[in-house]
Ligand binder design. Structure first.
Ligand SMILES: [Zn+2]
Length: 611
């Protein structure tokens, strides 16, 4: 595709150099976005092209099939209606050539205008939304592109509804209201727009202008959030060494459905529930979200896996590296929130224990590698398949785990003269945006260059393989130990996840290898009774506390309207894990600990009070 474009630009340049055509030029592209009736959820789009080459008889307008940040296909084209095309007030014929392509017959004319509407009612996907309160646009879900013109500059004019205003990472055209420009379509698609009566708060951080935009009511405290966002900007700038943008916009939707975020080139769109900002634990969740999205400004928006550089908006973009793009971002979210002082060391240990608990609970770790999980994101992770827990790993969570291992392994082998931080920075320098992306082999090479030793086995075992992770061994490098604890007062384990659904309690997950699976329980079974007495999801756990491991119980369920009974031998609940410092650390352990966690090893006082 790149070659096609260069050909196009060469043709344009050649035409320019001939006497034949003084007016032949690089075509201009202007998008117009209207929203005259927001309660209908319909955006009105107009795209005007001018200066098209005479030898082109048709122009293909393409709606992307995915948006960056979520590696799954969407049906954006499905929301398009009332498409039309004209030039100089003459209607042009068009037809669709595939689900996402509208081919307009301009017959060599220099100018083409197309108009269409887009039904936008999916704010929670962070793709497109419009209602009588506000509008949100990720251009890949609303604005079509022309492949041959995709790398040319363009303008977007927005006509907000009523007294609404626009907030976006796009550059505004000086002196023009709501007129923005982008160097190319990919940039436009990486600068979402919020249109409404939201609040904007400008602030400076690390010498550059930043903006916090908040849509929605809630118990947020903008000055406090800004102070914390400044710490996030500082932590990331110190990590990467620079800010790769001129200005940055944090966009926040506070809505009951809120949850999650998407990174963009110089902005992020985040969603939270409105009243999470007072309670320290839930506020830390918001800080983690902001740190994750902001860290992405480098890791995945600049430093990109080869498979998503450049984006192909027409189909799946395969990559085996999402474990680093996402899981690595999760790992550094944990590390930088610690180093920036948002979490205590004890909270970090608890986060590590949770990570260990999660990996050990998930049977999918024995079925799928994290490279496979990355590659198959398009057909597995984002599809929430019913068997995901048993057959998949999550490239976020497993990616975080292997990033942790890589960091500790590099620190151990280099006697803490190097770290994964440096590997990330080396990759960032080596793979600048717009050139080529990196592969797992490049990540392996970066680790090897820092340690002058082979990481072939590491990548074989943990990236491409499913080797059980020895957390105790790796954490031991930093003077930590993992204590396996038997849990008191916990019910024996059945191995099912029961979810209340109206009045009914439905089995939504049967863990592979569990007592429930061995006994024959199935997804969709409606739980009715335990040993002949009514049981519901809300009291199942409490009822199981009456029993011990190896006890036999009878579960009665409805399956396809048939009453069925299963006898189950209960298993002991999984142990709990605790991460703590070893009693007698050596010098290297203390050194790794302090540089890794950004906190000195605490020297405990001896019994007689002397240090
Ligand atoms: Zn992410």
């Amino acid at each position: 595709m790149k070659h096609q474009l260069w050909n196009y630009m060469l043709i344009a340049a050649t035409v320019l150099s001939t006497t034949e055509s003084v007016q032949a030029q690089i075509p201009s592209m202007r998008y117009q976005l209207d929203m005259s009736q927001p309660h209908t959820h319909l955006f009105e789009v107009e795209i005007t092209l001018d200066g098209l080459a005479k030898n082109e008889k048709t122009v293909d307008f393409i709606m992307p099939v995915w948006r960056s940040g979520r590696y799954v296909l969407f049906d954006f084209a499905g929301g398009v209606q009332e498409f039309s095309a004209e030039a100089n007030n003459v209607t042009l014929p068009w037809r669709k050539t595939d689900k996402s392509t509208w081919r307009v017959e301009n017959n060599g004319g220099a100018k083409v205008t197309v108009r269409y509407k887009v039904y936008a009612n999916e704010f929670e996907q962070r793709t497109r939304g419009l209602n009588d309160r506000h509008g949100f646009v990720d251009a890949s879900a609303v604005l079509m592109y022309i492949e041959k013109l995709r790398r040319l500059p363009l303008q977007l004019h927005v006509q907000p509804f009523g007294d609404w205003h626009v907030t976006t990472g796009l550059e505004a055209v000086a002196g023009q209201q709501n007129l923005f420009r982008a160097p190319n379509y990919d940039y436009l698609a990486d600068c979402p727009l919020e249109i409404g009566t939201h609040k904007d708060f400008d602030f400076a951080a690390e010498g550059k202008p930043h903006r916090l935009m908040i849509y929605g009511e809630g118990n947020w405290d903008a000055p406090k959030m800004i102070e914390d966002l400044k710490k996030i900007v500082k932590a990331c700038r110190e990590f990467w060494g620079e800010l790769p943008y001129e200005h940055y916009t944090f966009m926040l939707h506070c809505t009951p459905a809120g949850g999650g975020g998407t990174e963009h080139i110089n902005s992020t769109i985040m969603g939270t529930r409105p009243y999470i900002f007072r309670e320290p634990a839930s506020y830390r969740g918001f800080i983690g979200l902001a740190m994750h999205e902001f860290f992405h400004t480098w890791n995945v928006k600049q430093l990109r896996p080869a498979g998503i550089m450049p984006y192909d908006f027409t189909k799946e973009n395969y990559t085996e590296e999402l474990w680093l793009a996402e899981g690595g971002t999760d790992y550094y979210t944990m590390m930088l929130t610690r180093r920036a002082g948002f979490n205590t060391v004890d909270q970090m240990f608890e986060a590590l224990a949770t990570l260990i608990r999660n990996v050990k609970a998930r049977p999918g770790r024995n079925i799928q590698s994290v490279a496979e999980s990355s590659f198959d994101a398009w057909v597995k992770l984002w599809k929430n398949l019913p068997n995901a827990f048993n057959a998949e790993v999550d490239y976020y969570e497993k990616g975080e785990q292997v990033s942790l291992l890589l960091d500790l392994e590099i620190r151990q082998r280099s006697e803490n003269h190097a770290s994964f931080d440096e590997a990330m920075r080396a990759l960032y320098k080596k793979f600048p945006l717009g050139k080529k992306g990196y592969t797992n082999a490049d990540v392996q090479k970066a680790a090897e260059e820092l340690t002058q030793s082979s990481f072939a086995e590491f990548f074989r075992d943990y990236i491409y393989g499913k080797k059980e992770i020895d957390f105790a061994g790796f954490l031991g490098y930093a003077g930590l130990e993992v204590i396996e604890k038997k849990r008191d007062n916990v019910a024996p384990d059945l191995g099912i996840l029961v979810v209340p659904t109206g009045e009914r309690s439905i089995i939504r997950r049967v863990t592979a290898g569990s007592a429930a699976q061995a006994a024959g329980l199935d997804l969709g079974d409606e739980l009715l009774a335990l040993n002949g007495k009514r049981v519901r999801s809300s009291d199942l756990n409490e009822r199981l506390k009456d029993y011990k491991p190896d006890d036999k119980v009878k579960l009665t369920v409805f399956r396809d309207e048939q009453l069925r009974e299963f006898e189950i031998t209960l298993q002991a609940a999984a142990p709990d894990y605790q991460v703590q410092r070893v009693k007698e650390p050596n010098a290297l352990q203390k050194k790794i600990y302090s540089l890794w966690l950004g906190s000195e090893w605490p020297e405990e006082k001896t019994a007689d009070g002397k240090d």
